[in-house]
Design a protein around this ligand. Structure first.
Ligand code: ADP
Ligand code: TRP
Length: 325
C-alpha cells in the first residue's frame, strides 16, 4: 500500500498549529498503516503558482524537510522527493489537461479561492490548472491513500474522476486513490479565537527563540479573577493552549489546580511557557544538527529512485495514448 502526502514550501518554517494539524497526524497515520510505503513530496511546482523568488523556494524546501526530520519524521520510512526534477508530472499533467473541460476546472476550490482574491483575467493558467498537476502527482504513483484536509478533498476527487475518464477511454491504467480525511485533527486556535496562522500573525514558530515565545505567552489575556477565586479551566485561554502539550495525567492535575484555591495566572503562564520551551527545544537542537547538504543529498537520492517508478508508469501511459513510436 502506498500513502502519498506532501508539504508545500511557501514558507521556511512551521508554527505550532502546523505541527498539531499536519505533522502529528501524519506521524499517527504512519503508525496506523505500519506496512505502508510513504511518499512525501515537496509541492514546489504548486508553490510556484504563488512564489516567484528562486532562493526562497529552494531554501524553504530544504528548511522544511529539515524541520520534518527534526520533528521525528523517519527519513528512512518517509521517502521525501522533489517532483520538479521528475519531468513526468508535467507530462502527465498535459495529458489530463487535454481530457479536462474548462467548466470542470472552473468549479474547483483553488480557482474559486483565487477569484475571490482578485481579478479573473489576472489568475495564472497554472493556478487555474492546479488540480490537474495535483492529479498527476497522485496518479503517477498509483497512490492508494491521500490524506488531505477538507479544503483539498475536491481536488483528490477530481483525480479520481480523471483516472476514471482515462481508464474508460484508454483502458485500465490508473488505480483509484482514496481520500483520507483525518476528522480528529485539531485546529489550533490562538487566544484571538482564530486559528493559529501566518495570515493572522498569531503564531509561534517551532524555531522561535525563548524571548519571542515568552512575549507571546505574556500577551495572552486572562480574566480578572483573583488568586483565591476558583477558575473554570475551559474558559481560560492559557489552559486551552496548555492542553495541547499535556499528557492526560498532567491535564488532570492542572484542571484540579484551576478548581482549587490559589492558582495565579502568572504561575500558569510560566507553566505554559516551560511546556512550549520543552516541546520546541529538542526540535530546535535536532534542526541545528542537520546540514542543508545532508537534506539535498537525501532528497536527490530519493528523487532518482522515485523517478524510475514514474518513468515506468509514463511508458505505459504513452503507449495507451499513442505517444510512443
Ligand atoms: P497557515 O494557515 O499558517 O498559512 P498552511 O495553510 O500553510 O498554514 O497549513 C499547512 C498545514 O498545517 C495544513 O495541513 C493545515 O491544515 C495545517 N494547519 C495550519 N494552521 C493550523 C492550525 N491552526 N491548526 C491545525 N492545523 C493547522
Ligand atoms: N494542493 C495541495 C495544497 O495546496 C498540495 C498538493 C500538490 C497535493 N499535489 C498534491 C496534495 C497531491 C495531495 C496530493 O496544499
Amino acid at each position: 500500500m502506498r500513502i502519498l502526502t506532501w508539504v508545500k514550501p511557501t514558507d521556511s518554517q512551521f508554527h505550532i498549529g502546523n505541527y498539531f494539524g499536519a505533522i502529528k497526524p501524519m506521524l499517527h497515520l504512519a503508525d496506523k498503516f505500519k506496512d505502508a510505503e510513504i511518499f512525501l513530496f515537496l509541492a514546489n511546482m504548486h508553490a510556484f503558482t504563488q512564489l516567484h523568488d528562486a532562493s526562497a523556494l529552494k531554501q524553504n524546501g530544504i528548511n522544511i524537510v529539515k524541520l520534518y526530520a527534526a520533528c521525528w519524521v523517519d527519513l528512512e520510512r518517509f521517502i521525501i522527493y522533489n517532483p520538479a526534477e521528475i519531468p513526468w508530472h508535467a507530462q502527465l499533467g498535459w495529458i489530463f489537461t487535454c481530457l479536462t473541460h474548462m467548466g470542470f476546472m472552473e468549479r474547483m476550490h483553488s480557482y474559486k479561492e483565487a477569484l475571490d482574491k482578485g481579478k479573473a483575467k489576472e489568475i495564472s493558467i497554472g493556478t487555474f490548472c492546479y488540480p490537474i498537476l495535483m492529479a498527476a502527482d497522485i496518479l503517477l504513483y498509483d497512490a492508494n491513500i491521500v490524506p488531505v484536509g477538507k479544503d483539498q478533498k475536491q481536488h483528490v476527487e477530481y483525480a479520481r474522476d480523471i483516472a476514471m475518464k482515462f481508464n474508460n477511454e484508454f483502458g485500465e491504467t490508473f488505480k483509484m486513490p482514496d481520500v483520507y480525511i483525518q476528522e480528529e485533527v485539531a485546529t489550533v486556535l490562538w487566544v484571538d479565537g482564530r486559528k493559529m496562522s501566518k495570515s493572522y500573525n498569531n503564531y509561534i514558530w517551532l524555531l522561535d527563540d525563548e524571548k519571542t515565545i515568552l512575549k507571546r505567552v505574556k500577551q495572552i489575556p486572562t480574566s480578572t479573577l483573583a488568586i483565591e477565586e476558583v477558575k473554570n479551566p475551559d474558559e481560560c485561554n492559557v489552559y486551552k493552549i496548555c492542553k495541547l502539550f499535556l499528557t492526560p495525567e498532567e491535564d488532570e492535575i492542572l484542571r484540579k489546580r484551576y478548581l482549587a484555591w490559589g492558582l495565579s495566572y502568572k504561575d500558569v503562564k510560566e507553566y505554559l511557557y516551560e511546556k512550549i520551551i520543552s516541546f520546541v527545544q529538542p526540535i530546535q537542537k535536532r534542526y541545528a544538527e542537520i546540514s542543508d547538504e545532508t537534506i539535498i543529498a537525501l532528497v536527490n537520492k530519493n528523487t532518482k529512485k522515485v523517478n524510475e517508478i514514474a518513468q515506468k508508469k509514463i511508458e505505459e501511459i504513452y503507449k495507451k495514448v499513442g505517444f510512443k513510436l
